[in-house]
Design a protein around this ligand. Structure first.
Ligand SMILES: N[C@@H](CCC(=O)N[C@@H](CS)C(=O)NCC(=O)O)C(=O)O
Length: 326
């Protein structure tokens, strides 16, 4: 675990001293947008037109943020036009690497050994954390974006006129509600598990865990009479919640000490999680080995032995019976 300072790799853990033991997530550094015609997006600079075979996506199969982009690449039929690399699940002194291993796909663009080399290739004096996902432009040799929430909005529609599959996960009439629930889910759940697991004081940990389970109670209630989070169709809000829920019982309960309850203990959330998992194409985006190996071996201050628990038994394929809600 580390970061780049003026383009030089420094091996250091998150600094929680300045924030009373609270984990504070850094803002993403590259915020450009791929658009249909290359015009400038909501942030950053223009010039990134949606073209087949122009972009490359770097992900970790372990990472819930990167997982969002893998899901969209799959559902929008972008696999043949956006190439993919997968980092090794172990993130050690050099951060993410392309060291050989099951499921790893090396970097065919920059031939990098370490993900930080991709950042310094884009900006030689880059300062900041080296995170995945990374969307790379093969034409101008730079990083378009390293912000998953924005990459999925690009994938949602930018490639629609060059062969993407139909499907809009942010219909305009639902957008305000999607944004509202995303904000709630991001803070308490997506980032909430990290705030719990990376807290370095008892108070910071308890604050995060209590907020997390209060939020799960709210979501459990919301999913009692409706199949999905917003309206009766799958939206972006669901995919953003899904990537945290699917890791929850295997990793966050134990490794991040989010253990008031498991997802299997919530009838509606558990059914909802299985419902989303059973959407065609989704199961193959979930790699439990990468997920468990990454968390349990990469955070030596949390799990010094690096032992990866063999459980729990989880069957995401059992019938969910939630069709009746739609
Ligand atoms: N805001 C970013 C966060 C991405 C992120 O934090 N990814 C983690 C993996 S789950 C990472 O690469 N962490 C490396 C680090 O913080 O050094 C996004 O949503 O894309």
């Amino acid at each position: 675990m580390g970061l780049l300072i003026d383009g030089k790799w420094q091996d250091q853990w998150y600094d929680t001293d300045a924030s009373g033991g609270h984990f504070k997530r850094e803002e993403s550094g590259f915020r450009n947008w791929v658009t249909k015609d290359g015009s400038v997006g909501p942030t950053g600079t223009g010039g990134f037109k949606a073209e087949p075979n122009r972009y490359h996506l770097y992900v970790s199969l372990a990472c819930p943020w990167a997982h969002r982009t893998i899901i969209y690449r799959k559902l929008k039929g972008l696999e043949d036009m956006i190439s993919l690399s997968i980092v090794n699940p172990y993130m050690g002194d050099h951060g993410w690497t392309f060291a050989e291993g099951a499921g790893v796909i090396a970097d065919p663009i920059s031939h990098a050994n370490y993900a930080y080399e991709i950042y310094t290739r884009a900006k030689s004096d880059y300062t900041g954390r080296v995170t995945v996902p990374i969307l790379w432009d093969k034409k101008t040799n730079t990083i378009v974006s390293n912000e998953s929430s924005e990459i999925i909005r690009m994938f949602n529609s930018a490639f629609d006129e060059v062969g993407a599959l139909p499907g809009d996960f942010i219909p305009s009439e639902l957008l305000a509600e999607i944004d509202e629930i995303n904000t709630f889910v991001y803070s308490a759940v997506n980032n909430g598990v990290y705030k719990s697991g990376f807290a370095t004081t008892q108070a910071a940990y308890e604050e995060a865990v209590n907020a997390l389970f209060d939020a799960l109670d709210v979501l459990e209630k919301r999913l009692e009479n409706q199949r999905y989070l917003v309206g009766n169709t799958i939206t972006e809000a669901d995919w953003r919640l899904f990537t945290t829920l699917v890791r929850f019982d295997a990793v966050y309960v134990g490794h991040f000490k989010c253990n008031l309850r498991r997802i299997v203990d919530y009838p509606n959330l558990w059914g909802y999680l299985r419902d989303l998992y059973q959407v065609p194409g989704i199961a193959e985006t979930v790699n439990m080995d990468h997920i468990k190996v990454h968390y349990y071996t990469s955070h030596a201050n949390i799990n010094p032995t690096g032992i990866v628990p063999i459980g729990p038994y989880l069957d995401f394929n059992t019938p969910h019976n939630r069709e009746q809600l739609s």
